[in-house]
Write a protein that binds this ligand. Structure first.
Ligand code: NAI
Length: 483
């Protein structure tokens, strides 16, 4: 099995060398192809932080094992880490959090054992970075949640839960407020759950989830979340088990997957041979499991857990009254403990399986081809305007431009209805939404909306327009508060 390896910057080369020496000692059937990525590649003039040869090798091999990389400061330079995740569509970010003996936390001291995996959607949500100022004082961000994108990550989470031997899988969401975006994610979760009857599938609202995680983290097994919520909840979970240094990360795609430590390049300790390789090693173990090398991954993890349990530690954690080992010594201790079983959280030796990479020879994007369509009707438009007028004054202006088939239904401000009824106590910003709908869901043409836009623009400053649609007779837009 050939894999691409990028050492990274700062402590990257030291911890990568440590992990590969563990893999070599375990006689893993891996062939390492080192590629050029990171700060020094930016410095050579490659604006995406990787050489064309590195890109070609990674795309050919499909697996990238990488150390942390520094993003050069300054405008116009994008993080190579983020570029890699986006370019290769690694749609699932998987992070495993477990109690490690020798890494004291309030939970380990209380005898509460944590062993949970967060799967975070890695592409969509607000991370598309599509933001606009609607007025000089009002900013808006687009939040994308798609059926195809949700299906990919949720199905991955269910498959992974099964492989992990998990009993429970939970969807974290905020569908009580964001009924269409989080609502779609939850709907897809519930649909896919029907295919996995061996797993207990449930859902928890994300704020409640945070409260439950900090009080009873041991009750959770696998949790799947949208991008931003997953980002926050995964760092919360890192805190539960002793910090980012112990939290491995996998970025899974259909064709290319990336395995990396969560921490950065630690420039303050780079080159001193004192860095802790645990996070990168745990990420490497995720990679072995992804490749089907289940038994060797469990053997190495048991050796690592035994080492930590024995009180052996690098300088950044553990009992400060006992001497710390350097990176090389710590790595050797893990190798010396091959075959040992830790008392706590011993990993079961599961059966290996043959890694079957997805067909990389695609000419059309399969996600786009799979789109199913129900009957589409346009039933109105939300027209966003900039105005410092009071709602009644705006309604009076609008009345001159209403069409027989497109009537002003409501005006809202920051989502709250302010016309035809509202409260004088609702604070207003200079950005209003005018909602126009047809009567009884009669269909409109796109040109009807263009005509309305054109007419309104004579008297009002329009910032943006959203078409109101129905698919299969169902409203495909949220109601305004108070509507
Ligand atoms: P950092 O994680 O590099 O360092 C924070 C603190 O943790 C430092 O005191 C460091 O010495 C310590 N630390 C981190 N990893 C350690 C390890 N394995 N063993 C012992 N101690 C460790 O975070 P910082 O300083 O915010 O970022 C430094 C650079 O890393 C930045 O250029 C940033 O862009 C990059 N970075 C890269 C990431 C990646 O490649 N995925 C992720 C996060 C940051």
């Amino acid at each position: 099995m050939k894999i691409a390896v990028a050492n990274g910057d700062g402590i990257g080369p030291e911890i990568m060398e440590a992990v590969i020496s563990v893999f070599k000692a375990a006689n893993l059937p891996l062939e390492y192809h080192f590629v050029d990525m990171g700060k020094w590649v930016f410095d050579k003039g490659f604006s995406n932080g990787m050489t064309p040869e590195a890109k070609a090798t990674i795309e050919q091999l499909g697996i990238l094992f990488k150390g942390p990389m520094e993003t050069p400061k300054g405008k116009g330079v994008k993080s190579v880490n983020v570029t890699a995740r986006k370019t290769w569509n690694t749609y699932a970010n998987e992070r495993h959090f477990q109690t490690l003996s020798g890494v004291d936390t309030v939970f380990s001291k209380a005898g509460i054992n944590i062993d949970l995996t967060i799967v975070r959607e890695n592409i969509e949500d607000t991370y598309g970075g599509i933001e606009h100022m609607l007025t000089q004082d009002v900013a808006i961000a687009r939040r994308f949640i798609s059926r195809g994108g949700s299906e990919q990550v949720i199905r991955y989470a269910f498959e992974m839960a099964r492989k992990k031997g998990a009993k429970r899988i939970t969807c974290g969401h905020k569908a009580n407020i964001m009924k269409l975006t989080d609502g779609l994610f939850l709907e897809v979760f519930n649909e896919i759950a029907k295919e996995y009857t061996d797993l207990k599938a449930d859902d928890v609202i994300v704020d409640d989830l945070c409260m439950k995680l900090v009080s009873r983290p041991d009750l959770f097994d696998v949790i799947v979340l949208t991008n931003l919520q997953g980002d926050i909840v995964s760092d919360l979970c890192a805190g539960l088990v002793g910090g980012l240094g112990f939290a491995p990360s996998s970025n899974i795609g259909d064709h290319i997957s990336i395995f990396e430590a969560v921490h950065g390049t630690a420039p303050d300790i780079a080159g001193k041979n004192i860095a802790n390789p645990t996070s990168l090693l745990l990420s490497g173990l995720n990679m072995l499991r992804h490749l089907g090398m289940m038994s060797k991954a469990a053997m190495i993890e048991n050796a690592l857990l035994y080492t930590l349990e024995s009180g052996i530690h690098t300088g950044d954690f553990g009992d400060k009254s006992t001497p710390s080992l350097n990176t090389t010594q710590f790595t050797q201790a893990i190798i010396d403990h091959f075959g040992k079983q830790p008392k706590m959280n011993s990993r079961a030796i599961l059966n290996d399986f043959e890694f079957a990479p997805k067909n990389t020879n695609i000419s059309e994007n399969p996600m786009l081809l799979g789109t199913k369509k129900e009957e589409h009707t346009i039933v109105g438009a939300d027209i966003f305007i900039e105005s410092a007028l009071q709602p009644n004054a705006i309604a009076q202006i609008v009345s001159k431009h209403e069409k027989p088939n497109l009537k002003l239904l409501i005006i809202s401000n920051r989502g709250t209805q302010v016309w035809p009824t509202g409260s004088v106590y609702t604070n207003l910003v200079d950005q209003f939404r005018l909602r126009f709908e047809t009567e009884a869901g009669a269909g409109l043409l796109q040109s009807d909306i263009v005509e309305l836009y054109s007419s309104l623009s004579k008297d009002l400053q329009i910032s943006s327009v959203e078409v109101l649609s129905m698919w299969g007779g169902k409203k495909a837009y949220s109601l305004a508060q108070g509507q």
